[in-house]
Structure formats: structure tokens, C-alpha cells
Design a protein around this ligand. Sequence first.
Ligand code: RIB
Length: 304
Amino acid sequence: MSDIVVIGSFVADNVVTVKEFPKEGQTVLGDTFHVYLGGKGINQAVAARRAGCSVDMFGCIGNDSNGDAFLKLLEEEKIGLKGVKICSHIATSVAQIQINAAGENKIIVIPAANHAYDKKDLHDAEPYLKKAKMVLIQMELPQSINFETIEMCADLGIPVLLNPAPACPIPNSILNKIDYLTPNESELEILTGKKSSTLESVEEASQKLLDCGVKSVLVTLGKRGVYLSTNSQKKLFKGHSVNAVDTVGAGDCFNGVFASYLVRGKTIEEAIMAANAAAALSVTKHGSTPSFPYEEQINKYMQS
Ligand code: RIB
């Protein structure tokens, strides 16, 4: 039983780098191709684990070479894998990712085995949820599973963090059970129906979520930083200026590290500062999980 339980996705990221994204109908020559182990669920699990807390991962992979690579990663990172289901009838999820010279990305995920995680699997996870200090979920598993996890956590009194990605509208009956909600700007727009390009509009949209019962909203704003909004506090935490080569998984790194610092007794401000620093470090390297820093690196970077 671990500090943090992640119920989420495994995705083999097929990543090409290219100077400029091709336009519709255009063929261009790219620079590099790599397969990295990603998916928002495992990304957040690895980020949380490297930041120092114990983690159990729940989700579904296929009985194939990508699935084997994920099992190896879980073992190497010392992340609990008893809740990982191996499906024989469906492949491990894959994504097609393009990264341009500015480190920006475009991602398409094929859900495959991620969508084979079902209600029985979730109910089997209940003994782990009961003992966790926090549960992390995203939206790459079936929506019914994401929402039921939130309801289970509310019933059990376990804090839940939802990273609403990929975003879709969430009913108020679910929003009011979320402790930490961490959209980026475009996800915030989908959740609230409000344009969120300026800080004022981010503030307004975050307030709408608080009014629906979310306890803390943390909007990740890329290099501009993170905007925290609770009923008693509104604050922008500035981003770090770094040379970004690959932003894939930076949000996941933020979520995992934030949760890891919080469950080990740090304040919400301290956890955001550490997560902000970790996300900045992650974009200076390629790949999602391979780019995530360890606790000592995060603390050293914050002191520098
Ligand atoms: O958040 C980044 C992740 O989103 C990538 O690793 C990709 O797999 C997609 O799920």
C-alpha cells in the first residue's frame, strides 16, 4: 500500500521531431524518431515516485512488447504494479506525437488497452484507495471509470486530484467531489465554456469551478507559470525561463510532483513551487518519463 495511487493510462509515445508542423495536406521531412514510454497516468506515477513518495499504479496494458516495457519501467522505478491488468485481446495504447523546433507538441492517442480497464478492476483497487493519502486520475481511461473513481474517493474520504486531460465537460455532481483540479488553459475553456487567454479570464473561469464545488483549481499556464485559486487564496506562481526542447509530459510532471510534495506534508505553495521547478527541468530534455527529475534535482534547482 502506497502514499499515492494513480489510476490511469499507459501509452507508447511514437515521437517525431520536425522544424515546423506540416500544414494540412503537406508532406515534410522530419529530424528524429523515438519511442518513449508515456501516457498521462504512468507519467504522473513516475514523476510522483521520483519526487520521493511511494506509488501504486492501476491501469491496463496489452500482452505485447510495449506492455512488457511498461512492466520493466514499473519495476525499475519501484512503483507498485499489482493493479496493472494485462489484456490478451487488445494492444497497449499508442500515441503519435509531433514536436516542432520550439518544443511544442501535437498528440493523438489511440486508447486501445487503456479503455479495457473496467468497473471490476476499479472495485478490486478499493483496498489500495482506502489506504492512500491521495489518488491521482486523468481522463485517458473510460469516463465512467474516472467519474466513479472520484465518487469512490469522496465516499472513502481520500483526497483526489483530477488532471482533466484530454478535457471534456464534467457534471457538477462530480466537480463538487474534486479536491485538486489541474487544467491547462485550453482544458479550462472546455470545462467552463469561458475563454481563458488573459489572467483575468483564467481567474474568472477558475472561480466558476470553485462555485461548482471544486476545492482548489491549479491552472498550468506553460512558461507563464501556474495560477492557484481557492476560496481563500488567488495567486500566480511565475514559471521558470528555460530552453525548452520537448514539452511532452511537462503537465504530468507538474501533477505528480505536486501530489508527492503535498502528501509528504508540504504546503500547497511549497508543492506548487517544487512542481513548477520540476516541470521546467523536464522540458529541457527529450521524452516524457525519461525527462522527469528526482527529488534532489528539484530541490537543488529551487535553491539555485
Ligand atoms: O501528457 C503527455 C502524454 O499525453 C504523452 O505521454 C502521451 O502519451 C499522451 O497521453
